[in-house]
Structure formats: C-alpha cells, structure tokens
Design a protein around this ligand. Sequence first.
Ligand SMILES: [Zn+2]
Length: 469
Amino acid sequence: MGLTHQVIKTFSREEKKRGSGLVLPVLFFLLVLLGWGCQSEVSPPRSVILISLDTLRADHLGAYGYARPTSPNLDALADTGVVFEMALAQASSTLPSHRSLFRSRVPSRTEGPEPTLAEVVSEAGLTTAAFTGGGNVSAAFGFDRGFETYVDDPRGFAESFDEIEIWIRTHAQDRFMLFLHTYDIHLPYDPPAPYRDQFGAEYRGQINGRMTLDALRRERGFKGYRDQRSEANLSDADRAKVVDLYDGGILYTDTFIERLLLLLRELSLSDETAIVVFSDHGEEFWEHGSVLHSHTLYQELIHVPLIFSFPGHWGAGERIATPVQLLDIAPTVLDLLRIPIPKTFEGRSLLGLIRGDQAEPRGIASEIRNLSSRVEYPWKLIEEQQGKTTTRELFNLETDPLEKRDVLKERRDVGERMSAGLGGKNQSGDPAFVPSVDFEGVEPSLRQQLEALGYVEEERPTSSAAGSR
Ligand SMILES: [Zn+2]
C-alpha cells in the first residue's frame, strides 16, 4: 500500500511537468494496482464455518504442544492454517464468552441491541445456520439472532452430525456461514468407548462416567467463587483419571473434525471454505486449587485454541505469537468475506497479522462476575471487586506462564498503569455488567440440559453465581 501511494504521488508530479498522452492509461493501470493492493492478498472464501469446541484448553492440543495424541485432525487442520498461540477468551464461562464473541464486545457491553456477526453476514446475503449443544448457547438466550436456522441439540455431535451433514450437502452451492458448537469435551467427561479408556485404561476407581460430575462437584465445593479449595480430596490417581477422561473427550470430538473435513473435500468445498476453530474458555485441573470453569480468569480458563484454516490461501503452518482475543473473530470473518465491519465491534481483524503486518500493542480484557483481567503481554493484571475493596494480582506471563507468583509488590508501577486501563464504568467487573442466566425463568427441558452439564446446583451461594458454569 505505502509503495503504491508513493508511485501515484511521483506520477502526479511527472504528469504536471509533461502532460503526457500516456497519463490516462497509466493512471488506470496504477489505480487497478492500487485497488488490488487495498484488498488483502487473501481472496475471499465462498463460505465460513465457525467451530466452538466448548471447554477446550489450548494446552491440551498437539498443535499447542500437548504431548498426548489428543487431536490428530485438529493438528492436521492447524498444519494447513494459522495458529494463534496466545488467544484469550473474554470470559471463563459459556454464555458471556459466546455473546462477547458474536457481538465483538467485552461481556459487560453486550446487553444492548448492537448487531451480531450472524446478523451482519445474513444481511450481506449469506445463508446462516447454527447447530449447537444448546444449554448456555441456546436460542432461548438470544443466540439465534441473525441465523436462519438455529438447532439446539444437547446430545452431542454423535447424534447431531447427520443433520449437520445433510444441511451442508443441501447448501453446498450457497454462500454460507455455519456455526457448529458441541459440549462433547465439557463436563461430565463421559466420552463413549473406546475414547473413555484411551488414556489411563488401567485405572480402577470412583471416577467413571456420570460419577465424574458428582465427584467434581464435591471437589469444587461452594465457598464462593474466588477461593474454592478442594473439599473431597480426590487421590492423585482419581485426579489423573479426570484429566484422562477430558483428554478422551478431545480425541473423540476430534473424529468429527475429520468427518467434516472429508465431507468438505467430497463436496469440493475445501478450497473455498474458511474454517475457524476455537473454544469459549478452558478448564481448571487444580492449577489454582479448584476444578471446572467460570470461577477465575487464570490462563487455564482463558487461554483457548484459535485456528484459522483456509488452505491454499495462507502460509500453511503459520504460527502467530501476538496475543489476540475471541472478539477479534467476528471482524476477521467480515474482513475475509469483504463485508464492512460495524462500528460497534470492538475487536480487530486478524488478517493483517496473518499477512505478516506488525500489530499495534493493545490490552486484552476478560471479565467474569466480580473479576476482570487485562493482558498487556507479558503482563497480566487480575482485579477482584468486593464491595468497595479491590484486590489485585500481577503476573508476568513470559517468565511465569502458570501464574504462580504475584509480582504486584515488586512492580507497582505496572500494576497501577494497567489498573487505570482496566477501570471505567462499563468494565468495572461489577457482576451486574456481566450477563448471567436467571434459571428461574428457564423452561424445564433447557433446565435439564443445563443440569446435565453441571450448571444448576442444588446449593448455590448467590443467584448471579449460578448461571456461569
Ligand atoms: Zn463453555
């Protein structure tokens, strides 16, 4: 771009001097060049598929360095695409994270009428459809805005994939945006055979199938969300089996990625369909003393996979270390499709980074309930509001990626500067700003789905805490 502008300027000066008859054709040629240069080098995909693998930690995938073979097909997809090594979720629970992603706004600013990605894409003429696991991404919570088809099926990909396949076959000639979402990795960590015994097959103990849900509920306890410590004291072997089952669920889910990729190949859609794979949040396995998600904003809960695949259009196997966020997905998809990005979107298109441009540094915010965090790599500040009291922790993610050592006392300067960036009435971490679900009004079948996922508890400390498991 810069070079093209330079050429135009030089040319204009020449033109004044000579008034050559060649001016118009050359100008035309340069304008064509300029127009071409303004477009990204990536030609637009015909269609886009967004895949949300709920509760998938980045560091449990081969593409993110996991030693276990949990994800052969996702890894192969990553090898053909671009891997964002440090993608951060805006929240550590399903509903606010997805709402934030589709509106490209931090959770505390998603309660308004601002357009969703699906609405913008649909308005631009693409066919839109979603097949989700329901629960906290149900149409009942407004996630169907902008989708012509929105199917909530809590049974998982094993049951819903046939319907997904029929939809893709039926719409193979359309331009479409398809959103796929599954809880197959999420609690209760109960993948079918042989995946449940893929890892830790020798284990004989209490962690087994639906029992896992009860054991982890007891393990987590309910002493408030910040300082939950283990009550049930599962043995090391039990804990290891919990992770084994979670990993088995990833491997199981990975088989559907293969099925999808084979289908796209069969329908000759592979080269014209961009695929974006991500998760809405991670999962804790005792890194900070507890389990599951939604209770903190530490990396095990907000560092998620983000893979963009568009074979033949990008450098295969590209890896980008610059921190990015889930609310960048919507503007990137629009940029890819050459659809103008609404002003209300707070994220940034990642196409520049994919092309190799330098990104301007920026802070990345996440929120859950009374917690908010900001990453200005390598620094990460976490703030907790308790009434008028604010508690802070500061970590250096470069030297301490597991957030074990709070360095706020040593680096008060950094903490204060970042805290100022975190402040403001719309991003205060006030629970009122972070959407949660009022289960009282939820219809019985949806309530059942949420219970099966471990979301509704018999005992819960406050109503605002109930919704965000
Ligand atoms: Zn989730």
